[in-house]
Design a protein around this ligand. Structure first.
Ligand SMILES: [Cu+2]
Length: 149
């Protein structure tokens, strides 16, 4: 009996250890905005994406070039510059770090591990269009930046 209890305790302790020593951060994608912290600590971070909305959303994470601000991203959206063009202009190496998807009223089944770099700014954005032919969600306001300190 004692052994069973020990094993159970061991399993519970193991289950509560964050994966790969990563801090877990939940980003919420609503119709059509993101709830996300403005500042996150540097280091390995496991992102989870929650969608309490009525339509499918995604959370793309991209590392912005040095010095790019949320204001520039906002201005580009208001000027109607397509995301592909914005990526060339604003995203470091034009590379996206990853993407999580979540159906309406669901949380992403996967997590996204990112090594957040101190002093950098990251973009989160949703490029879904729903229904097809409608403006993409980022155009409707689904983009945010956060700083890493
Ligand atoms: Cu969306």
């Amino acid at each position: 009996m004692m052994t069973v209890v020990s094993v159970l305790v061991a399993v519970l302790v193991f289950a509560s250890v964050p994966p790969l020593g990563a801090e877990e951060v939940t980003i919420v994608g609503r119709d059509f905005t993101f709830d996300a912290p403005a500042v996150l600590p540097a280091g390995r971070t496991a992102f989870v994406f929650e969608n309490p909305g009525q339509v499918r959303h995604e959370m793309i994470i991209a590392l912005l070039r040095h010095g790019v601000t949320e204001q520039q991203i906002q201005d580009a959206h208001q000027a109607g510059i397509p995301f592909r063009k914005q990526m060339e202009q604003f995203v470091d190496d034009g590379e996206l770090l990853g993407i999580l998807l979540a159906r309406p009223r669901k949380t992403s089944s996967g997590k996204l591990l990112v090594d957040l770099v101190r002093g950098r700014t990251y973009l989160i954005i949703c490029q879904q269009e729903d229904p097809q032919g409608m403006p993409r969600h980022n155009v409707l306001g689904m983009y945010r930046t956060f700083r890493v300190e």
